[in-house]
Design a protein around this ligand. Structure first.
Ligand code: GDP
Ligand code: MG
Length: 686
């Protein structure tokens, strides 16, 4: 069968994914580009005995080498022998979108332009002379309404028919002075065989003059580099601007020239619905209130509504383990039974309980993104978040972090900038998640008088937030330092999202979570199961205990790896006021923070307990003081995130390094702060 390879490019929100979905339906898969946190989607369809393979490249405004998205898209186009590059253009915002098209034209790729959002363009009163525009640019243009699947058939036949009609791509004139420098460069690049073998000659000259780091770094000839320096200086002295800016200006000039003659717009369409809504939602106070309400709904959807299916899943797992428990053949080992029930089934449960949260959260986020509200939310929050060095959108993952870090870290996918995204991921575990609450609700009533309880709880939340702000700022000025791409705040018009788009979005994220993080979570949960169970005391050692008594359980835990590690680290955690029992429970807390409570119950020989257990509180009061209790909570708040978080960080950043950095960094931070608090507190009190 004949094959045609197609890549979809375009500005963010121009409708690429919608077109991609319309073309491929469900025949698609999602992955990642090697080494970077950028999602890769590909799919195919078959028509007229031809297999058309499509990649949905990351959305980008330009093809300079500033952001990962730009680089990924550019490298993909340059490194693959694509048959067709389809540039999806938002026709309602034509001039801005054509900036990318011009760069594609200069790369001399086999280009087809899709004028999507034709409906909105029409409503805004634009009329295009498609034929004239198409001959201006030298590429075929297909008008579509992606969300209604209009024009898709024409796009398909354009793709199939592509090789039969010749592209005659435009050549942009950069004016006498720039052209002069371009031809100087052109006369000096003959020896750059490697570059010439890869790239179109004129594009190469332009990129060199634009000072494109990626290309410049591959230049071998010193002579060329010197000449380049002179050219750039000459242009700068002529126009008082860098060559890069001059070239961009010329490109815009070319575009507005082309549109001048081919696009008609009627003026009445200025006051549209979108503008009117924007007046309200971007107002300083009212806008924030509306945002708060919308975020509350997303939060509620994710966690309150999500708790129902979560409950069903827990019950279902409980039912299955009960079933296995009561039907376990007497001839089979009891160890195996525990592995199946506590290790595997517990691990599977630990993976899928997050699924409802993730699906609902991504439904909410997809809705906000697709309607266009997300851009407004980012706009409102940007002033505040900018001070920390983060993007306005980072606010949403951090807020979700108060529920659970796992969906929160996944939701950082809404952030386009990698450094922003990594910084946000690193600090999310500092939010007091639902599981940490179980530790607070055990300790606070045990040690603090009624009138102080709310304050202590509040203080813990605030400490987490303040630390997150400090860490984010620190990270942004050290490890994740770097120029942020010049950011244009653009407010796309409001749109009605399609159900298909929402569902695909939601399911993609859920499936990726199960595939990627699920396996790791399952594995580690089995390891932790073994750590709290092995090695087992011998029968002789156990003979002093009544079988299955709470004292026997405590002894077994003490004997196990996690008990031993707890003892081994006692000297290290002693300066924080912690003993080995706390140490053992902290190791359990790595499985999930709520396990801290149940493990404390076991080491104190109280059997399985829940957070509101009065006898455990009494035991804690007998063993520790207020200061230690506070340090325990402080340590739980800051320390090593649970392993589901580690697993998701690993998978989302595609690097075990960042997961360990997060795990180690937060643990060290927790240790230092708890140490200072305990030592200073002891001095003060004692
Ligand atoms: P991408 O960022 O380029 O992948 O854009 P998406 O495919 O996610 O589309 C962004 C939003 O625009 C979604 O809500 C789509 O439903 C909507 N959309 C896509 N094409 C059209 C169109 O032709 N007309 C209208 N009115 N909306 C569209
Ligand atoms: Mg997309």
């Amino acid at each position: 069968m004949k094959k045609i390879s197609v890549a979809l490019v375009g500005n963010p929100n121009s409708g690429k994914t919608t077109i991609f979905n319309a073309l491929t339906g469900s025949r698609q898969k999602v992955g990642n580009y090697p080494g970077v946190t950028v999602e890769k989607k590909d799919g195919f369809f078959v028509k007229n005995d031809t297999r058309i393979e499509i990649v949905d490249l990351p959305g980008t405004y330009s093809l300079s080498a500033y952001s990962v998205e730009e680089l990924v898209t550019r490298d993909y186009i340059l490194d693959n022998e694509l048959d067709i590059v389809v540039d999806v253009v938002d026709a309602s915002n034509l001039e801005r979108n054509l900036f990318l098209a011009v760069q594609l034209i200069e790369m001399r790729v086999p280009l087809v332009l899709v004028f999507n959002m034709a409906d909105i363009a029409r409503n805004r009163g634009y009329r295009f002379d498609i034929e004239a525009l198409s001959s201006f640019l030298g590429a075929r243009i297909v008008e579509t309404v992606g969300s209604k699947e209009k024009g898709i058939d024409e796009l398909v036949s354009t793709i199939l028919d592509f090789e039969n009609c010749s592209n005659n791509l435009a050549r942009i004139n950069y004016g006498a002075e720039i052209e002069k420098e371009l031809s100087k460069i052109d006369s000096l690049i003959d020896q750059e065989h490697e570059l010439l073998a890869h790239y179109h000659r004129r594009w190469l000259c332009l990129k060199i003059l634009e000072n494109d780091k990626q290309i410049i770094s591959k230049i071998k000839s010193k002579h060329l580099l010197e000449a380049l320096e002179i050219s750039q200086q000459r242009l700068k002295s002529l126009y008082n601007d860098d060559a890069e800016i001059l070239i961009a200006d010329r490109r815009y000039g070319f575009i507005s020239g082309a549109c001048e003659e081919t696009v008609k717009s009627s003026v009445e369409s200025r006051h549209e619905m979108s503008d009117r809504i924007d007046k309200v939602v971007t107002m300083p106070v009212v806008g924030l209130l509306i945002f708060a309400v919308i975020m509350f709904v997303v939060f509620w959807l994710t966690f309150t509504l999500g708790s129902y299916p979560m409950g069903w899943i827990e019950n279902g797992i409980g039912y299955i383990s009960h079933f296995i428990e009561s039907n376990w053949p007497a001839s089979l080992s009891l160890e195996l039974k525990s592995l199946v029930i506590d290790g595997i089934l517990g691990g599977v449960g630990g993976v899928i309980v997050f699924l409802p949260n993730i699906l609902l959260l991504f439904l909410g986020i997809a809705y906000l993104e697709d309607t266009g509200y997300m851009a407004r939310a980012a706009f409102i929050m940007d002033r505040i978040m900018h001070k920390i060095g983060l993007h306005g959108k980072s606010f949403i993952p951090m807020l979700i972090g108060f529920g659970c870090s796992v969906p929160a870290i996944m939701s950082t996918r809404i952030l386009e900038n990698r450094r922003n995204r990594l910084t946000t991921i690193m600090v999310i575990p500092l939010m007091s998640c639902g599981a940490k609450l179980t530790v607070y609700t055990l300790f606070i009533p045990a040690f603090f008088a009624v009138q102080y309880r709310a304050f202590i709880m509040f203080a813990l939340y605030v400490i987490g937030i303040v630390l997150a702000i400090i860490c984010a700022k620190l990270l942004r000025s050290t490890v994740f330092k770097g120029e942020t791409t010049p950011f244009v705040m653009e407010l796309p018009p409001y749109r009605m999202p399609t159900a298909k788009g929402l569902l695909i979005h939601m399911w993609d994220n859920g499936r990726q979570y199960l595939q990627k993080a699920g396996t790791v979570i399952l594995l580690i949960s089995i390891v932790l199961w073994a750590a709290t169970r092995y090695p087992r005391p011998s029968g002789e050692e156990m003979s002093n205990f009544k079988p299955n008594s709470v004292a026997a359980q405590a002894f077994k835990l003490e004997h196990s790896i996690s008990g031993r590690v707890g003892r081994a680290i006692e000297p290290v955690i002693k300066p924080l006021g912690f003993d080995w029992k706390i140490g053992t429970a902290l190791i359990g807390a790595v499985a999930a923070k709520e396990v801290f409570v149940s493990q404390l119950g076991i080491v104190f020989s109280l059997g399985e307990v829940k957070g509101d257990n009065e006898s455990l509180r009494q035991t804690l009061r007998d063993n520790y003081d207020k200061l230690t209790a506070f340090c325990i909570m402080l340590f739980t708040l800051i320390s090593a995130p649970c392993f589901a978080t580690v697993a998701i960080t690993w998978k989302e950043t595609q690097s075990v390094k960042w997961a360990l950095f997060q795990f180690g960094g937060l643990t060290i931070l927790a240790y230092v702060l708890a140490l200072i608090t305990y030592q200073a507190g002891s001095l003060f009190i004692g």
